[in-house]
Ligand binder design. Structure first.
Ligand code: XMP
Length: 514
Protein backbone atom coordinates (compact mmCIF):
# COMPACT_ATOMS: atom_id res chain seq x y z
CA UNK A 1 0.00 0.00 0.00
CA UNK A 2 1.35 3.43 -0.93
CA UNK A 3 1.86 5.82 1.99
CA UNK A 4 -0.09 9.08 2.13
CA UNK A 5 2.36 11.96 1.96
CA UNK A 6 2.49 15.72 2.26
CA UNK A 7 5.24 17.48 0.29
CA UNK A 8 7.06 20.50 1.67
CA UNK A 9 8.40 22.82 -1.01
CA UNK A 10 11.70 24.21 0.24
CA UNK A 11 12.07 27.95 -0.17
CA UNK A 12 15.22 27.89 1.93
CA UNK A 13 13.84 28.63 5.37
CA UNK A 14 15.76 27.48 8.42
CA UNK A 15 12.60 25.76 9.62
CA UNK A 16 11.65 24.06 6.40
CA UNK A 17 12.68 20.65 7.65
CA UNK A 18 10.99 21.20 10.95
CA UNK A 19 7.70 21.29 9.04
CA UNK A 20 8.55 17.89 7.60
CA UNK A 21 9.50 16.63 11.05
CA UNK A 22 6.28 17.78 12.66
CA UNK A 23 4.29 15.98 9.99
CA UNK A 24 6.29 12.78 10.41
CA UNK A 25 5.77 13.04 14.16
CA UNK A 26 2.03 13.02 13.41
CA UNK A 27 2.54 9.65 11.72
CA UNK A 28 2.17 10.96 8.16
CA UNK A 29 5.01 10.61 5.68
CA UNK A 30 6.49 13.87 4.52
CA UNK A 31 9.19 14.74 2.05
CA UNK A 32 10.99 18.04 1.53
CA UNK A 33 11.32 18.80 -2.19
CA UNK A 34 12.88 21.71 -4.13
CA UNK A 35 10.71 24.79 -4.58
CA UNK A 36 10.85 24.50 -8.38
CA UNK A 37 9.29 21.03 -8.54
CA UNK A 38 6.77 20.78 -11.38
CA UNK A 39 3.33 19.12 -11.46
CA UNK A 40 4.98 16.40 -13.58
CA UNK A 41 7.62 15.93 -10.86
CA UNK A 42 4.89 15.58 -8.26
CA UNK A 43 3.06 13.05 -10.44
CA UNK A 44 6.36 11.16 -10.74
CA UNK A 45 6.51 10.85 -6.95
CA UNK A 46 3.02 9.44 -7.05
CA UNK A 47 4.42 6.11 -8.25
CA UNK A 48 5.44 5.44 -4.65
CA UNK A 49 3.36 7.90 -2.66
CA UNK A 50 -0.19 9.19 -2.43
CA UNK A 51 0.56 12.89 -2.45
CA UNK A 52 -2.27 14.40 -0.42
CA UNK A 53 -1.18 18.01 -0.04
CA UNK A 54 1.52 20.62 -0.45
CA UNK A 55 3.12 23.00 2.04
CA UNK A 56 5.21 25.98 0.94
CA UNK A 57 7.93 26.72 3.49
CA UNK A 58 9.27 30.05 4.64
CA UNK A 59 12.51 31.40 3.25
CA UNK A 60 15.06 34.18 3.65
CA UNK A 61 14.11 36.05 0.44
CA UNK A 62 11.73 38.91 -0.08
CA UNK A 63 9.25 38.22 -2.86
CA UNK A 64 10.54 41.49 -4.31
CA UNK A 65 14.11 40.21 -4.66
CA UNK A 66 15.20 39.94 -8.28
CA UNK A 67 15.88 36.23 -8.01
CA UNK A 68 13.27 35.45 -5.36
CA UNK A 69 12.44 31.72 -5.54
CA UNK A 70 9.15 31.00 -7.29
CA UNK A 71 6.96 27.96 -7.64
CA UNK A 72 5.35 26.42 -10.68
CA UNK A 73 1.91 28.02 -10.33
CA UNK A 74 0.33 25.10 -12.21
CA UNK A 75 0.66 23.20 -8.92
CA UNK A 76 -2.18 25.35 -7.60
CA UNK A 77 -4.42 23.83 -10.26
CA UNK A 78 -3.69 20.21 -9.37
CA UNK A 79 -6.64 20.09 -6.97
CA UNK A 80 -4.36 19.38 -3.99
CA UNK A 81 -4.75 21.41 -0.78
CA UNK A 82 -1.93 23.94 -0.39
CA UNK A 83 -0.71 25.69 2.76
CA UNK A 84 1.78 28.54 2.55
CA UNK A 85 3.87 29.44 5.59
CA UNK A 86 5.58 32.85 5.95
CA UNK A 87 7.31 33.38 2.57
CA UNK A 88 4.93 30.70 1.22
CA UNK A 89 1.96 32.69 2.58
CA UNK A 90 3.15 35.82 0.77
CA UNK A 91 3.87 33.95 -2.43
CA UNK A 92 0.39 32.42 -2.47
CA UNK A 93 -1.16 35.84 -1.82
CA UNK A 94 0.78 37.19 -4.79
CA UNK A 95 -0.33 34.32 -7.09
CA UNK A 96 -3.93 34.80 -5.93
CA UNK A 97 -3.68 38.50 -6.91
CA UNK A 98 -3.47 39.88 -3.40
CA UNK A 99 -1.24 42.79 -2.39
CA UNK A 100 2.06 42.13 -0.63
CA UNK A 101 4.19 45.04 0.57
CA UNK A 102 7.51 45.52 2.23
CA UNK A 103 6.83 46.11 5.91
CA UNK A 104 8.39 49.27 7.38
CA UNK A 105 10.23 47.12 9.92
CA UNK A 106 10.99 43.44 10.17
CA UNK A 107 8.97 41.47 12.68
CA UNK A 108 10.92 38.96 14.70
CA UNK A 109 9.84 36.80 17.59
CA UNK A 110 6.67 36.27 19.52
CA UNK A 111 3.48 38.08 18.46
CA UNK A 112 -0.17 37.72 19.35
CA UNK A 113 -2.53 36.88 16.58
CA UNK A 114 -6.20 37.80 16.74
CA UNK A 115 -8.12 34.92 15.23
CA UNK A 116 -11.14 36.25 13.38
CA UNK A 117 -12.43 32.92 12.13
CA UNK A 118 -11.60 29.59 13.74
CA UNK A 119 -12.18 27.90 10.48
CA UNK A 120 -10.50 25.19 8.40
CA UNK A 121 -6.79 25.48 9.03
CA UNK A 122 -7.31 27.53 12.23
CA UNK A 123 -10.09 25.37 13.62
CA UNK A 124 -9.85 24.73 17.35
CA UNK A 125 -7.70 27.81 18.07
CA UNK A 126 -8.50 30.45 20.70
CA UNK A 127 -9.40 34.09 20.00
CA UNK A 128 -5.83 35.22 20.66
CA UNK A 129 -2.91 32.95 19.91
CA UNK A 130 0.79 33.27 20.68
CA UNK A 131 2.59 32.88 17.37
CA UNK A 132 6.17 33.13 16.20
CA UNK A 133 6.95 35.55 13.40
CA UNK A 134 10.05 36.20 11.34
CA UNK A 135 9.38 38.25 8.23
CA UNK A 136 9.99 41.45 6.32
CA UNK A 137 7.18 41.55 3.71
CA UNK A 138 3.53 41.30 4.66
CA UNK A 139 0.21 40.64 2.96
CA UNK A 140 -1.90 43.79 2.86
CA UNK A 141 -5.01 42.70 0.98
CA UNK A 142 -6.53 39.69 -0.73
CA UNK A 143 -9.23 39.68 -3.43
CA UNK A 144 -12.88 38.80 -2.91
CA UNK A 145 -13.56 35.13 -2.29
CA UNK A 146 -10.63 34.82 0.06
CA UNK A 147 -11.36 34.95 3.79
CA UNK A 148 -9.07 36.76 6.18
CA UNK A 149 -8.73 34.45 9.17
CA UNK A 150 -6.31 36.29 11.46
CA UNK A 151 -4.31 39.46 11.96
CA UNK A 152 -1.56 40.78 14.21
CA UNK A 153 -0.57 44.31 15.12
CA UNK A 154 1.90 44.52 12.24
CA UNK A 155 0.16 42.20 9.87
CA UNK A 156 -3.39 42.85 8.71
CA UNK A 157 -3.62 39.51 6.94
CA UNK A 158 -1.76 37.01 9.07
CA UNK A 159 -3.82 34.06 7.81
CA UNK A 160 -6.21 33.55 4.91
CA UNK A 161 -8.24 30.82 3.32
CA UNK A 162 -9.53 30.25 -0.18
CA UNK A 163 -11.92 27.49 0.78
CA UNK A 164 -13.19 26.74 -2.72
CA UNK A 165 -9.65 25.96 -3.91
CA UNK A 166 -8.43 24.67 -0.53
CA UNK A 167 -5.52 27.14 -0.51
CA UNK A 168 -4.41 28.58 2.85
CA UNK A 169 -1.72 30.90 4.14
CA UNK A 170 -0.30 31.68 7.57
CA UNK A 171 2.28 34.40 8.13
CA UNK A 172 3.58 32.87 11.36
CA UNK A 173 5.56 29.67 11.78
CA UNK A 174 3.32 26.86 13.09
CA UNK A 175 6.30 24.46 13.05
CA UNK A 176 8.29 26.40 15.66
CA UNK A 177 7.70 25.53 19.31
CA UNK A 178 7.21 29.18 20.28
CA UNK A 179 3.91 29.10 18.34
CA UNK A 180 1.74 27.65 21.02
CA UNK A 181 -0.86 25.86 18.90
CA UNK A 182 1.33 25.37 15.86
CA UNK A 183 0.85 21.63 15.75
CA UNK A 184 -2.92 22.11 15.73
CA UNK A 185 -2.64 24.25 12.59
CA UNK A 186 -0.45 21.64 10.90
CA UNK A 187 -2.68 18.74 11.92
CA UNK A 188 -5.80 20.62 10.77
CA UNK A 189 -4.17 20.91 7.38
CA UNK A 190 -2.55 17.47 7.11
CA UNK A 191 -5.16 15.25 8.73
CA UNK A 192 -8.43 17.10 8.19
CA UNK A 193 -8.01 19.18 5.05
CA UNK A 194 -5.65 16.82 3.15
CA UNK A 195 -7.22 13.75 4.77
CA UNK A 196 -3.82 12.05 5.03
CA UNK A 197 -3.79 8.71 6.84
CA UNK A 198 -1.27 8.04 9.59
CA UNK A 199 0.58 5.25 7.86
CA UNK A 200 4.17 6.30 8.52
CA UNK A 201 6.05 4.59 11.30
CA UNK A 202 8.88 6.72 12.65
CA UNK A 203 10.62 3.85 14.42
CA UNK A 204 12.65 2.97 11.32
CA UNK A 205 15.43 0.43 11.67
CA UNK A 206 19.17 0.93 11.58
CA UNK A 207 19.46 -1.48 8.68
CA UNK A 208 19.05 1.18 6.01
CA UNK A 209 22.09 3.05 7.38
CA UNK A 210 24.09 -0.17 7.71
CA UNK A 211 23.24 -1.06 4.11
CA UNK A 212 24.30 2.35 2.81
CA UNK A 213 27.72 2.02 4.46
CA UNK A 214 28.15 -1.55 3.20
CA UNK A 215 27.31 -0.64 -0.34
CA UNK A 216 29.57 2.45 -0.43
CA UNK A 217 32.59 0.99 1.32
CA UNK A 218 32.35 -2.48 -0.27
CA UNK A 219 35.29 -4.60 0.88
CA UNK A 220 37.49 -1.56 1.67
CA UNK A 221 38.29 0.00 5.04
CA UNK A 222 36.95 3.16 6.65
CA UNK A 223 37.76 5.42 9.53
CA UNK A 224 35.14 7.12 11.61
CA UNK A 225 35.42 10.61 13.11
CA UNK A 226 34.57 10.05 16.75
CA UNK A 227 33.98 13.01 19.04
CA UNK A 228 32.35 11.13 21.88
CA UNK A 229 28.98 12.81 21.35
CA UNK A 230 25.80 10.88 20.65
CA UNK A 231 25.87 11.54 16.88
CA UNK A 232 29.32 10.16 16.16
CA UNK A 233 28.88 7.33 18.69
CA UNK A 234 25.65 6.27 16.98
CA UNK A 235 27.34 6.49 13.58
CA UNK A 236 30.14 4.34 15.06
CA UNK A 237 27.71 1.67 16.23
CA UNK A 238 26.09 1.54 12.81
CA UNK A 239 29.40 1.56 10.94
CA UNK A 240 30.82 -1.19 13.10
CA UNK A 241 27.75 -3.33 12.33
CA UNK A 242 28.44 -2.71 8.63
CA UNK A 243 32.22 -3.09 8.57
CA UNK A 244 33.29 -4.98 11.72
CA UNK A 245 37.09 -4.97 11.98
CA UNK A 246 37.44 -2.89 8.82
CA UNK A 247 36.41 0.16 10.82
CA UNK A 248 38.77 2.32 12.89
CA UNK A 249 37.28 5.12 14.97
CA UNK A 250 39.54 8.14 15.42
CA UNK A 251 39.37 10.71 18.18
CA UNK A 252 41.44 13.82 17.47
CA UNK A 253 42.50 15.63 20.62
CA UNK A 254 42.58 19.21 19.37
CA UNK A 255 43.65 20.63 22.72
CA UNK A 256 40.31 22.45 22.74
CA UNK A 257 38.25 19.75 24.38
CA UNK A 258 36.65 19.66 27.79
CA UNK A 259 38.61 18.42 30.80
CA UNK A 260 39.28 14.63 30.68
CA UNK A 261 37.52 14.26 27.32
CA UNK A 262 40.06 11.83 25.83
CA UNK A 263 39.80 9.60 28.89
CA UNK A 264 36.03 9.45 28.77
CA UNK A 265 35.96 8.75 25.03
CA UNK A 266 38.34 5.83 25.43
CA UNK A 267 36.06 4.39 28.11
CA UNK A 268 33.02 4.94 25.90
CA UNK A 269 34.60 3.25 22.85
CA UNK A 270 35.64 0.24 24.86
CA UNK A 271 32.12 -0.02 26.31
CA UNK A 272 30.65 0.03 22.79
CA UNK A 273 33.25 -2.45 21.53
CA UNK A 274 34.70 -0.01 18.99
CA UNK A 275 38.34 0.00 17.94
CA UNK A 276 39.59 3.54 18.70
CA UNK A 277 42.76 5.46 17.84
CA UNK A 278 43.48 8.70 19.75
CA UNK A 279 45.54 11.31 17.92
CA UNK A 280 47.17 14.15 19.84
CA UNK A 281 47.04 17.06 17.39
CA UNK A 282 46.88 19.95 19.88
CA UNK A 283 50.13 21.52 18.61
CA UNK A 284 48.99 21.50 14.97
CA UNK A 285 45.56 22.98 15.79
CA UNK A 286 46.98 25.72 17.99
CA UNK A 287 49.60 26.63 15.39
CA UNK A 288 47.00 26.81 12.62
CA UNK A 289 44.76 29.07 14.71
CA UNK A 290 47.49 31.48 15.83
CA UNK A 291 46.48 35.10 15.16
CA UNK A 292 43.02 34.13 13.80
CA UNK A 293 39.99 35.74 15.38
CA UNK A 294 37.27 35.64 12.72
CA UNK A 295 34.75 32.93 13.75
CA UNK A 296 34.10 31.57 10.26
CA UNK A 297 37.82 31.42 9.50
CA UNK A 298 38.40 29.60 12.79
CA UNK A 299 35.74 27.04 11.94
CA UNK A 300 37.18 26.46 8.45
CA UNK A 301 40.72 26.03 9.77
CA UNK A 302 39.49 23.55 12.35
CA UNK A 303 37.57 21.60 9.69
CA UNK A 304 40.71 21.43 7.55
CA UNK A 305 42.96 20.35 10.45
CA UNK A 306 40.51 17.60 11.38
CA UNK A 307 40.61 16.23 7.84
CA UNK A 308 44.43 16.35 7.76
CA UNK A 309 44.57 14.34 11.01
CA UNK A 310 42.04 11.82 9.68
CA UNK A 311 44.01 11.46 6.42
CA UNK A 312 47.16 10.55 8.37
CA UNK A 313 45.38 7.79 10.27
CA UNK A 314 43.62 6.59 7.11
CA UNK A 315 46.98 6.22 5.39
CA UNK A 316 48.32 4.14 8.28
CA UNK A 317 45.35 1.76 8.44
CA UNK A 318 44.71 1.70 4.67
CA UNK A 319 41.24 3.28 4.82
CA UNK A 320 39.61 4.92 1.79
CA UNK A 321 36.47 6.28 3.37
CA UNK A 322 35.67 8.71 6.16
CA UNK A 323 32.41 8.21 8.07
CA UNK A 324 31.07 11.12 10.15
CA UNK A 325 28.19 11.67 12.56
CA UNK A 326 26.92 14.76 10.72
CA UNK A 327 23.26 15.36 11.41
CA UNK A 328 20.68 17.43 9.65
CA UNK A 329 21.03 20.74 11.57
CA UNK A 330 24.81 20.75 10.85
CA UNK A 331 24.01 20.68 7.15
CA UNK A 332 21.23 23.25 7.29
CA UNK A 333 23.28 25.78 9.25
CA UNK A 334 26.32 25.26 7.05
CA UNK A 335 24.12 26.27 4.10
CA UNK A 336 24.39 22.83 2.51
CA UNK A 337 20.72 22.41 1.95
CA UNK A 338 19.58 24.06 -1.23
CA UNK A 339 18.69 27.74 -0.81
CA UNK A 340 19.28 28.07 2.92
CA UNK A 341 21.80 30.69 3.96
CA UNK A 342 25.01 30.00 5.88
CA UNK A 343 24.45 30.58 9.58
CA UNK A 344 27.74 29.03 10.61
CA UNK A 345 30.16 26.61 9.07
CA UNK A 346 29.95 23.38 11.01
CA UNK A 347 33.43 21.90 10.99
CA UNK A 348 32.24 18.57 9.60
CA UNK A 349 30.31 20.04 6.66
CA UNK A 350 31.32 23.47 5.36
CA UNK A 351 34.76 23.19 7.01
CA UNK A 352 35.88 20.31 4.81
CA UNK A 353 38.59 21.42 2.33
CA UNK A 354 38.04 20.90 -1.40
CA UNK A 355 41.00 18.56 -1.85
CA UNK A 356 40.75 15.47 0.32
CA UNK A 357 42.51 12.14 0.17
CA UNK A 358 39.38 10.06 0.72
CA UNK A 359 37.42 8.25 -1.96
CA UNK A 360 34.32 9.46 -0.19
CA UNK A 361 32.83 10.89 2.96
CA UNK A 362 29.77 9.11 4.31
CA UNK A 363 27.33 10.87 6.64
CA UNK A 364 24.76 8.15 7.38
CA UNK A 365 22.76 10.27 9.84
CA UNK A 366 22.64 13.33 7.59
CA UNK A 367 18.83 13.55 7.50
CA UNK A 368 18.20 13.04 11.20
CA UNK A 369 17.67 15.52 13.97
CA UNK A 370 19.33 15.07 17.34
CA UNK A 371 16.21 13.70 19.03
CA UNK A 372 15.80 11.17 16.22
CA UNK A 373 19.46 10.16 16.60
CA UNK A 374 18.85 9.71 20.33
CA UNK A 375 15.89 7.46 19.60
CA UNK A 376 17.98 5.43 17.16
CA UNK A 377 20.85 5.19 19.67
CA UNK A 378 18.48 3.91 22.36
CA UNK A 379 17.20 1.31 19.94
CA UNK A 380 20.76 0.21 19.23
CA UNK A 381 21.25 -0.38 22.96
CA UNK A 382 23.46 2.61 23.76
CA UNK A 383 23.57 3.27 27.53
CA UNK A 384 21.25 6.08 28.66
CA UNK A 385 23.91 8.46 29.94
CA UNK A 386 25.69 8.32 26.57
CA UNK A 387 22.45 8.87 24.68
CA UNK A 388 21.66 11.96 26.72
CA UNK A 389 25.16 13.38 26.93
CA UNK A 390 24.93 17.10 26.28
CA UNK A 391 26.04 18.13 22.80
CA UNK A 392 29.54 19.53 22.41
CA UNK A 393 30.56 21.29 19.19
CA UNK A 394 33.29 19.67 17.10
CA UNK A 395 35.44 22.84 17.12
CA UNK A 396 35.30 22.59 20.90
CA UNK A 397 36.16 25.47 23.16
CA UNK A 398 37.52 27.43 20.16
CA UNK A 399 33.98 28.65 19.36
CA UNK A 400 33.43 29.59 23.00
CA UNK A 401 36.46 31.89 23.08
CA UNK A 402 35.60 35.04 21.17
CA UNK A 403 38.66 36.22 19.29
CA UNK A 404 42.03 34.50 19.09
CA UNK A 405 42.44 31.17 20.88
CA UNK A 406 45.42 30.96 23.21
CA UNK A 407 46.56 28.38 25.75
CA UNK A 408 45.96 30.84 28.61
CA UNK A 409 42.37 31.47 27.50
CA UNK A 410 41.74 27.75 27.00
CA UNK A 411 42.91 27.00 30.54
CA UNK A 412 40.70 29.76 31.92
CA UNK A 413 37.62 28.59 30.02
CA UNK A 414 38.20 24.93 30.90
CA UNK A 415 38.28 25.86 34.58
CA UNK A 416 35.04 27.87 34.22
CA UNK A 417 33.40 25.09 32.19
CA UNK A 418 34.20 22.55 34.85
CA UNK A 419 32.66 24.77 37.59
CA UNK A 420 29.49 25.25 35.49
CA UNK A 421 29.17 21.49 34.99
CA UNK A 422 29.71 20.71 38.66
CA UNK A 423 27.17 23.27 39.86
CA UNK A 424 24.59 22.34 37.24
CA UNK A 425 24.90 18.68 38.18
CA UNK A 426 24.92 19.33 41.93
CA UNK A 427 21.74 21.42 41.71
CA UNK A 428 19.88 18.97 39.45
CA UNK A 429 19.60 21.63 36.70
CA UNK A 430 21.85 19.63 34.37
CA UNK A 431 19.23 17.01 33.61
CA UNK A 432 16.71 19.69 32.58
CA UNK A 433 18.91 21.62 30.15
CA UNK A 434 19.72 20.68 26.57
CA UNK A 435 23.19 22.22 26.85
CA UNK A 436 25.03 24.43 29.34
CA UNK A 437 28.50 25.94 29.20
CA UNK A 438 30.77 28.91 29.80
CA UNK A 439 31.93 31.41 27.17
CA UNK A 440 34.97 33.65 27.30
CA UNK A 441 33.44 36.80 25.90
CA UNK A 442 36.64 38.54 24.88
CA UNK A 443 35.68 41.71 26.73
CA UNK A 444 37.41 43.14 29.79
CA UNK A 445 35.77 44.82 32.72
CA UNK A 446 36.59 46.57 35.97
CA UNK A 447 36.13 44.75 39.25
CA UNK A 448 37.36 44.83 42.79
CA UNK A 449 39.25 41.95 44.31
CA UNK A 450 40.79 42.04 47.79
CA UNK A 451 40.03 45.77 48.16
CA UNK A 452 41.97 46.61 45.01
CA UNK A 453 40.92 47.46 41.50
CA UNK A 454 41.00 44.49 39.18
CA UNK A 455 40.65 44.68 35.42
CA UNK A 456 39.86 41.25 34.06
CA UNK A 457 37.88 38.90 31.84
CA UNK A 458 34.12 38.52 31.51
CA UNK A 459 32.70 35.01 31.41
CA UNK A 460 29.18 34.38 30.12
CA UNK A 461 27.10 31.39 31.15
CA UNK A 462 24.83 29.89 28.54
CA UNK A 463 22.22 27.26 29.25
CA UNK A 464 19.41 26.42 26.84
CA UNK A 465 16.39 24.16 26.56
CA UNK A 466 15.72 22.69 23.14
CA UNK A 467 14.43 19.60 21.38
CA UNK A 468 16.25 19.79 18.06
CA UNK A 469 18.79 22.65 18.37
CA UNK A 470 17.16 24.61 15.54
CA UNK A 471 15.30 26.67 18.10
CA UNK A 472 16.13 27.07 21.79
CA UNK A 473 15.09 29.01 24.89
CA UNK A 474 17.49 30.14 27.59
CA UNK A 475 17.02 28.01 30.71
CA UNK A 476 15.30 29.52 33.74
CA UNK A 477 18.08 28.57 36.15
CA UNK A 478 17.40 29.55 39.79
CA UNK A 479 19.34 32.62 40.93
CA UNK A 480 21.06 30.77 43.77
CA UNK A 481 22.55 28.27 41.30
CA UNK A 482 23.74 31.15 39.11
CA UNK A 483 25.14 32.87 42.17
CA UNK A 484 27.11 29.76 43.18
CA UNK A 485 28.52 29.54 39.67
CA UNK A 486 29.47 33.21 39.63
CA UNK A 487 31.02 33.17 43.12
CA UNK A 488 33.09 30.11 42.34
CA UNK A 489 34.28 31.36 38.95
CA UNK A 490 35.39 34.78 40.23
CA UNK A 491 36.85 33.19 43.36
CA UNK A 492 38.72 30.32 41.73
CA UNK A 493 39.85 31.94 38.49
CA UNK A 494 41.89 35.03 39.41
CA UNK A 495 41.73 36.72 36.00
CA UNK A 496 37.90 36.73 35.84
CA UNK A 497 36.11 39.70 37.43
CA UNK A 498 32.59 39.39 36.07
CA UNK A 499 30.10 36.64 35.18
CA UNK A 500 26.97 37.31 33.11
CA UNK A 501 24.05 35.09 32.12
CA UNK A 502 22.95 34.89 28.48
CA UNK A 503 19.18 35.43 28.26
CA UNK A 504 18.76 35.21 24.49
CA UNK A 505 16.69 32.60 22.70
CA UNK A 506 17.56 31.00 19.36
CA UNK A 507 16.65 32.72 17.13
CA UNK A 508 17.71 35.47 17.09
CA UNK A 509 20.90 34.10 18.73
CA UNK A 510 22.49 30.77 18.05
CA UNK A 511 23.32 28.38 20.89
CA UNK A 512 27.09 28.75 20.62
CA UNK A 513 28.46 32.28 20.65
CA UNK A 514 30.49 31.84 17.44
P1 XMP B 1 24.21 26.67 17.12
O1 XMP B 1 25.34 27.40 17.77
O2 XMP B 1 24.35 26.58 15.65
O3 XMP B 1 24.34 25.18 17.64
O4 XMP B 1 22.87 27.15 17.54
C1 XMP B 1 23.41 24.15 17.39
C2 XMP B 1 24.00 22.89 17.97
O5 XMP B 1 25.11 22.46 17.18
C3 XMP B 1 26.30 22.45 17.95
N1 XMP B 1 27.37 22.96 17.07
C4 XMP B 1 28.23 22.18 16.40
N2 XMP B 1 28.38 20.84 16.38
N3 XMP B 1 30.17 21.06 14.84
C5 XMP B 1 29.37 20.29 15.62
O6 XMP B 1 29.55 19.07 15.63
C6 XMP B 1 30.08 22.40 14.79
O7 XMP B 1 30.81 23.06 14.07
C7 XMP B 1 29.05 22.99 15.62
N4 XMP B 1 28.64 24.28 15.84
C8 XMP B 1 27.61 24.22 16.73
C9 XMP B 1 26.02 23.32 19.15
O8 XMP B 1 26.82 22.97 20.27
C10 XMP B 1 24.53 23.07 19.38
O9 XMP B 1 24.29 21.86 20.07
Amino acid sequence: MKADAVLVLNFGGQYCHLIGRRIRDMGVYSEVVPNDITPEGIKGLSNNLNVKGIILSGGPSSIYDKDAPQMDARILDMGLPVLGICYGHQLLAKYLKGKVIRAPKQEYGIAHSRIRKTDAVLSGLGRVEQVWMSHGDRVLSVPKGIDVLASTENCPIAAFSHSARRIFGVQWHPEVVHTRNGNKVLSNFVLDICGARKTWNATGTASKYVDEIKSRVGDRRAILAMSGGVDSSTAALIASKALGKRLTAVFVDTGMMRKDEAKSIKAMASRLGINLVVVDAAREFMAALRGVSDPEQKRKIIGREFIRSFEKVAKKVGADYLIQGTIYPDRIESGKSSKSSVIKTHHNVGGIPEQIKFKGIIDPLRDLYKDEVRRLATKLGMPRQMVHRQPFPGPGLAVRILGEVTKEKLDMLRAAESIVSQEMERSGEASKAWQYFAVLTGSRSTGVKGDARAYGHVIAIRSVDSTEAMTANFSRIPYDVLENISTRITGEIPSVVRVVYDITNKPPSTIEWE
